[in-house]
Design a protein around this ligand. Structure first.
Ligand code: 2M8
Length: 434
């Protein structure tokens, strides 16, 4: 079974590889290169074709802007099957945007540091991977420097995101409180996602109005970070985003040590990490809920609700061991139990939980992968094994889908939703089984 599932996963990945040296998340629905998808995808390739893994990384890094920014979508190919596309985003408005590729003017969670480290760890040809790392690591460092220099408004080490698409968890109920503070125009546009996936499993039209409105605001200031920080109605400190940064800082330090250079950068990364970790523990940990939460920087208030992102600081070693235990209890009692697979993307006990709707409840394999490794890091073997086996069970049962229903329901035809033959689901299956 194991080898068959790996082979099937490889077939999915290979089917999504494109001519320009990048891999799409899913045919039809997502026809370009996405930042954090590419990181997870490279981890799958790394187990059977390291050249492809490194090419995925270099293609993405090649889209970097002059200020260190790496965009969330790189529009390699011309197609009008996705909305909003390159003509809507207009990355060229920013004076330092890539002259080579058009892209979006927003980013996604910084996974590339730990992806590079893991590729090195899994490689059989260590010298080849180390040479690649030596040639590319400074770009990832520059990306982190971009965050600390431009996205840390209060200089406390917590990076903000200015759009829900930067979080990766697009329509999470977390953002509902922000939408309540906005009243965007009712734009006229043609959705493409709902021609590929049932509309009931995707964000609403009104939610898209909010998404587009923030982009219009950012375009009006030519994607200038300072102006965005002053004007964006959406300004949030996200526990997943900051956890990825801390974990990638840690990875970059160990990679610089390995290649034996840039002591100054290692020291800087260490300082950044300590600062972010401290701030996350002071500002983002909610004692009553027992896990990390989002902070609405624009409206200066915590968003007290649990999501799967709430537990991802485990992956970066951010919580103390006492807090980690508390988090594991919350995960088990509130998200787990005999009737549910781990881990729902939103609190199953909250009335806004929707088990079929995208980031409002379904399980996502990339977040499960982060939780699996996070729990392992704290020695919680049984719970981490459960996250892994729930993930593999759902994939074996239903296929390499984009997201899965967390409820254990008998007699349902399918518990899997969104795009099929989804790249990071396939890639991380390979990694979990290897
Ligand atoms: C989803 O987001 C895109 C916008 O970035 C979309 O809905 O069009 C999210 O799940 C995001 O996390 C993911 O990276 C992207 C591609 O898989 O799809």
């Amino acid at each position: 079974m194991k080898t068959q599932l790996i082979q099937d996963a490889i077939d999915v990945l290979e089917g999504n590889v494109q001519k320009g040296g990048f891999t799409i998340p899913s045919k039809g629905l997502y026809p370009f290169q996405w930042k954090w998808d590419s990181g997870f995808i490279a981890l799958g390739f790394g187990h059977y074709d390291m050249d492809k893994a490194l090419r995925e990384m270099s293609t993405l890094l090649d889209s970097q802007w002059g200020n260190g920014f790496i965009p969330h979508i790189v529009f390699h190919t011309k197609t009008d099957t996705y909305f909003p596309g390159e003509d809507f985003h207009q990355s060229e408005l920013h004076p330092q945007s890539s002259k080579k590729y058009r892209s979006t003017g927003m980013t996604q969670p910084p996974v590339l540091g730990f992806v590079l480290e893991r590729l090195y760890q899994m490689s059989k040809e260590k010298a080849q991977v180390l040479e690649f790392i030596d040639a590319h690591i400074d770009k990832v460092y520059d990306n982190h420097a971009y965050f600390y220099n431009n996205r840390d408004r209060d200089r406390d080490g917590l990076i903000y995101i200015y759009h829900n698409w930067e979080s990766g968890t697009d329509n999470s109920p977390i953002w509902d409180v922000v939408w309540e503070t906005m009243d965007p125009p009712h734009y006229e546009f043609e959705r493409k996602d709902t021609t590929h996936v049932d509309a009931s499993q995707r964000p609403t039209k009104r939610e898209y109005d909010h998404y587009l409105h923030i982009i219009e605001m950012a375009k009006a200031v030519n994607y200038n970070d300072q102006a965005i920080a002053e004007q964006s109605p959406f300004l949030v400190q996200d526990p997943l985003f900051n956890a990825m940064l801390v974990r990638s800082n840690e990875a970059l330090i160990s990679l610089y040590e390995l290649i034996g250079r840039s002591l100054d950068k290692q020291e800087q990364l260490e300082q950044w990490s300590q600062k972010t970790t401290k701030a996350m523990n002071i500002k983002l940990f909610d004692e009553a809920l027992g896990a990390y939460i989002h902070y609405d920087l624009r409206n200066d208030k915590p968003i007290a609700a649990l999501t799967s992102s709430s537990f991802t600081p485990l992956f970066a070693g951010v919580p103390s061991s006492e807090r980690a235990l508390q988090m594991a209890q919350v995960l088990t009692q509130r998200f787990g139990g005999k009737d549910r697979y781990l881990c729902a993307s939103f609190d199953p006990e909250d009335e806004r939980f929707n088990p079929k709707k995208y980031w409002r409840g379904p399980i996502w394999i990339n977040v499960n992968w982060l939780l699996y490794h996070g729990l392992k890091r704290y020695g919680m073997e049984a719970l981490s094994a459960q996250v892994r086996s729930d993930s593999l069970h759902l994939i074996e049962q239903f296929g390499f889908y984009e997201y899965f229903d967390p409820r254990k329901i008998n007699g349902e035809k399918t518990n899997a939703y969104g795009g099929g033959n989804f790249s990071w689901t396939a890639a991380l299956t390979i990694d979990l089984l290897s």
